[in-house]
Design a binder for this molecule. Structure first.
Ligand SMILES: [Mg+2]
Length: 348
């Protein structure tokens, strides 16, 4: 069997500038990978590189030729374990680049078998939790307006970015505009341990569900300090990058937040989910700002999750790819009529 692989960079403007405690993003550069079999059936995947983890569109493009050569060398798109192992052997790090290839191969393998990927994995579409919709940092009035707009659009689960000297004001505005929504917050490492513990007290009073990454990943003892004293469950994101991080965070948080772009592939993501379960952690899957070329693949994992944060495509002004429908945040895996991940060019 022979496979033919190509890639291209896509630049996608965001619907609104997106701000977290580390900075503001106005567009997203993804790299789309396509892998075709001899019959012309094509699997698609996407890389959404994150500078925080040392990747850019340029670094992804630099390593893709070697990664794709490895896939062509294996030749069998159903040899998922062998391919993902080879990808990790060919380049160190570069997880978003490897993930894009892993997604494209999984998409192709499932398409060749004529089933949606979640069916290939034997998962129950009805078990998928709703995705949260994220409200980035902004002027307090803008946060209130964006929250009201999200509620009007039907979203019942909101993730609010914090990490300012106005955090309490922001949450009061959110609660004003969305008294009934399920609300989670993400500080993106912005707080000190003591500050984080104090903030969980009034966040709990505001009915917040959990707090994501309160303190810097470089301070694991700080994370433990917060976890042991927090009034709310703690999710680890920047502290939870690869499989080997799972045992390290097991006594420092309640929820492991994995993202495909951190893991290096779909098999590795499933290993992380299994490892998190083995350590008694709940599991969340988040995302970068991503095209449906990769979000559709993350959605296939949704039945394995306690919490989904897969709004990457929803934050784009325009996504060149369609994926799994998420009306009002409901991940409609069961409505998926297409085999593979469900990602396809919007004009296809
Ligand atoms: Mg986060």
């Amino acid at each position: 069997m022979s496979l033919d692989a190509t890639f291209e960079r896509v630049s996608m403007p965001l619907a609104d500038p997106f701000t977290i405690s580390r900075g503001t993003q106005t567009d997203a550069e993804n790299v789309i990978v396509r892998i075709a079999d001899e019959g012309g059936m094509t699997g698609v995947g996407g890389a959404a590189p994150a500078a925080h983890y040392g990747e850019t569109a340029g670094t992804v493009e630099a390593v893709l030729p070697d990664l794709l050569a490895a896939v062509e060398e294996v030749g069998d798109p159903h040899a998922l374990h062998e391919i993902e192992t080879e990808l990790a052997a060919v380049v160190n790090d570069n997880p978003a680049a490897r993930t894009a290839v892993s997604i494209a191969v999984h998409d192709l393998a499932a398409k060749r078998l004529g089933v949606p990927l979640y069916r290939l994995w034997g998962l129950d579409a009805d078990a998928a939790p709703a995705t949260s919709f994220t409200i980035g940092l902004d002027e307090t009035e803008r946060v209130r307006e964006k929250t009201a707009a999200a509620v009007d659009a039907g979203y019942s689960v909101l993730k609010i970015k914090l990490g300012t000297d106005r955090d309490r004001e922001l949450i009061d505005a959110v609660r004003d505009a969305a008294p009934d929504a399920r609300v989670r917050v993400d500080a993106n490492e912005a707080w000190t341990p003591r500050e984080a513990v104090a903030k969980t007290e009034w966040l709990a009073d505001s009915g917040v569900e959990f707090v994501e990454q309160p303190v810097p990943a470089e301070d694991p003892e700080g994370l433990r300090f917060v976890y042991e004293r927090s009034a709310l469950p703690i999710a680890a994101d920047e502290s939870c990058v690869t499989l080997s991080d799972i045992p390290a965070i097991a006594d420092r948080c309640d929820i492991a937040n994995l993202k495909l772009m951190k893991t290096g592939g779909l098999l590795e993501a499933r290993r992380m989910i299994a490892a998190a379960r083995a350590h008694g952690l709940d599991v969340m899957c988040g995302c970068m700002i991503e095209s449906n070329a990769s979000i559709a693949a993350a959605a296939q994992l949704a039945p394995l999750l306690d919490y989904a944060d897969l709004d990457g495509s929803l934050l784009l002004a325009d996504d060149p790819y369609d994926g799994i429908e998420m009306p009002a945040g409901e991940i409609r895996l069961g409505a998926q009529e297409r085999s593979g991940t469900g990602a396809r060019l919007a004009d296809e």
